[in-house]
Design a binder for this molecule. Structure first.
Ligand code: MN
Length: 487
C-alpha cells in the first residue's frame, strides 16, 4: 500500500501515475482539493498528516511506501518524524524544498525528490534528442542538395516528368586503410541509411582486410567491399568517409569536397559538408546506431551483429574509452544480433598458412637472455599470422618478449610482443625500424633492399635473420657477447 500526503497540483500528477501500481491512500487537510475530482477512484482522508490520528486512520503501520509531497518545509519535516515513529521501515520519499537543502538531515528519509530538477533533466534529455534530429536533418539536406544538383526529383518515388534521372544518385563510402570492424560496420550502417533516402552506395576499401576475425566478419555477414583500385571515384555523386578523419589514412585522395564525414577520432585534417566527429564515443558504430534509431530503422541481424562486434572490438570489450552511449548501444544490439555468427567471427578457423607459420615460429626460434624469443618464419602471404605467431611464442615458458619476422612482397615485416613492463616494444620497433605500436605490442616493416636480389632461400634466410636480430638486440642494449644467440 502506498500513502500519499499532499494532493496539490504535484500530488495530483503523481497520484494519476501511481494508482496503477498498488492500492493508494491520499491525505490532504484541505477538503476542497478532492471536490474538483470527478471520479475518485482511490481512497482519501481529509485530515492533517501532522497529527498521529490521521496517520493511524490511514493505516500507517501497514504501508510499504510513503510519498510526502506538500511544499511546506515545516509540515514535511514534522510528518517525516511522525512517520518514522509509527513505521520505521516504510520506504519514505519526500519532496525536497530547494531553499532548505538540509531540511531532512538527521532524519531517516530514503529519497528526496526535487520536482524542478526532474523536469530540468527531462528537458535536457529532450534537447539531446532535438540535437540529434537537427543532425539528421542536416545530413538529409546534403543528400537533397546533391539530388537537386543532379536533376533528381526530391521525391524519387514520384518523379516529375522531364527531370527524372532514375531517381537515384550514388555514393562511395570510404573507410581507413586496412579497415577494422568498426569502420566496416559503420560503412554498412551508413549504406543502409542512404538506401532509406534512395541513394545507392558502394563501400570502397584500401590496404588489406588483415585479421582472420575481420575476414570472417566480411565473409560470414556477406559484406560487399570493393577494392578502391577497381572504382572510378568520379562516377559517384557523393563521397562519404567513416571512422577516420585523417587524409593520411584514406586509401584514395577524393580530390573534391567530401560530403559526409562521421568519426570518433581526434585531430583529423579532413572536412566535409556534413561532419559529426565525437571523440568521446568509443566506436563510430555507436554514432551510426543513434542515427538508425532516430530514423526508426531497426538493423537487421547481419547489421546488428556487425555493429555489436564493432563496439566490442573498438572498446576492447568495454575496457577502453567506453561512453554510456556505447554501453546502451551494445545493450540494444544484444537482442538483435546473432550470437552464433558472432562466436564464429570471434573464433575463426585458423587457415593452414597461419598454422604453418605458428609451427615455423617455434621451430626457428632463437632465445636470448632466456626470455627473448626471435623467430624468422620465411616467406608469408598472410601478414596477420605474424602477430598471431608473436602472441603464440609469448605463451612459451619463460618467454616474456617475442619478435617474429617474415618476408611478404619486397618487404620484411616484424611483429613484436612483450609482457615485461620494463620493455617498450613500440619504442624498440620505432628506433630500430621506424615502426610503431604500444608498449606491449608493436610492428614494423622495412624494404628488402639489396636482399631482394638473393635468390637462394638459405642465404636469404641467414642474411635477413642476422640483420634483423642484430638490429633489435642492439637497440635493446644487449651486448655482442650476449647476442650470440642460442636456440
Ligand atoms: Mn573506430
Amino acid at each position: 500500500m502506498i500513502l500519499i500526503i499532499g494532493y496539490g497540483s504535484f500530488g495530483r500528477k503523481v497520484v494519476s501515475y501511481v494508482k496503477a501500481l498498488d492500492r493508494i491512500i491520499v491525505i490532504d487537510k484541505n477538503p476542497t482539493v478532492f471536490e474538483s475530482v470527478e471520479k475518485l477512484d482511490f481512497e482519501y482522508i481529509v485530515g492533517d498528516a501532522c497529527e498521529k490520528e490521521t496517520l493511524l486512520k490511514a493505516g500507517i503501520k501497514e504501508v510499504d511506501t510513503v510519498l510526502i509531497l506538500t511544499n511546506d518545509h515545516t509540515t514535511n519535516k514534522k510528518i517525516v518524524e511522525l512517520i518514522r515513529e509509527l513505521n520505521p521501515t516504510a520506504y519514505l520519499i519526500v519532496r525536497g524544498i530547494s531553499k532548505y537543502p538540509d531540511l531532512y538531515s538527521g532524519t531517516k528519509v530514503d529519497r528526496v525528490i526535487y520536482p524542478i530538477d526532474c523536469a530540468a533533466k527531462e528537458i535536457v534529455a529532450e534537447m539531446e534528442k532535438s540535437q540529434l534530429r537537427k543532425r539528421l536533418m542536416d545530413l538529409e539536406k546534403v543528400i537533397l542538395d546533391l539530388k537537386s544538383k543532379h536533376g533528381v526529383t526530391i521525391d524519387a518515388d514520384n518523379p516529375k516528368e522531364g527531370i527524372n534521372n532514375n531517381g537515384i544518385i550514388s555514393f562511395l563510402i570510404l573507410m581507413h586503410n586496412n579497415p577494422d570492424p568498426d569502420s566496416i560496420a559503420s560503412a554498412m550502417a551508413l549504406k543502409r541509411i542512404l538506401e532509406r533516402w534512395k541513394v545507392k552506395a558502394d563501400i570502397g576499401y584500401g590496404g588489406r582486410i588483415e585479421f582472420d576475425e575481420n575476414k570472417a566478419m566480411v565473409n560470414l555477414l556477406g559484406i560487399k567491399l570493393i577494392p578502391v583500385e577497381d572504382v572510378d571515384i568520379n562516377k559517384y555523386d557523393g563521397i562519404a568517409v567513416v571512422d577516420t578523419s585523417s587524409s593520411k589514412l584514406l586509401p584514395i585522395n577524393p580530390d573534391r569536397e567530401i560530403d559526409i564525414l562521421i568519426d570518433h577520432h581526434e585531430n583529423g585534417d579532413l572536412t566535409a559538408k556534413y561532419m559529426d566527429i565525437r571523440p568521446e564515443i568509443g566506436a563510430t558504430a555507436t554514432i551510426l546506431l543513434e542515427y538508425l534509431n532516430e530514423l526508426n530503422i531497426t538493423p537487421k541481424q547481419d547489421l546488428a551483429t556487425a555493429l555489436y562486434y564493432a563496439i566490442c572490438t573498438d572498446t576492447n570489450y568495454f575496457r577502453r574509452k567506453t561512453s554510456k552511449k556505447d554501453f546502451e548501444a551494445a545493450g540494444y544490439l544484444q537482442d538483435l544480433m546473432d550470437p552464433k555468427t558472432l562466436e564464429m567471427i570471434e573464433n575463426p578457423e585458423m587457415d593452414t598458412e597461419t598454422m604453418e607459420i605458428l609451427a615455423r615460429s617455434i621451430l626457428n626460434r632463437k632465445i636470448v637472455r632466456s626470455s627473448i624469443a626471435l623467430s624468422y618464419v620465411g616467406i608469408i602471404k598472410n601478414r596477420g599470422a605474424l602477430a598471431k605467431a608473436a602472441d603464440f611464442l609469448l605463451k612459451m615458458e619463460g618467454i616474456t618478449t617475442t619478435y617474429v619476422f617474415g618476408i611478404s612482397g619486397n618487404k620484411i615485416y616484424i611483429s613484436a610482443r612483450t609482457k615485461d613492463l620494463r620493455i617498450d616494444v613500440g619504442e624498440i620497433m620505432r628506433r630500430a625500424f621506424g615502426g610503431g605500436g604500444h608498449q606491449k605490442a608493436a610492428a614494423a616493416s622495412i624494404d628488402l633492399g639489396i636482399f631482394e636480389s638473393v635468390s637462394d632461400k638459405d642465404s636469404l634466410r641467414k642474411l635477413v635473420e642476422e640483420a634483423i636480430q642484430t638490429k633489435i638486440l642492439k637497440v635493446m642494449g644487449i651486448s655482442e657477447e650476449e647476442r650470440r644467440v642460442k636456440s
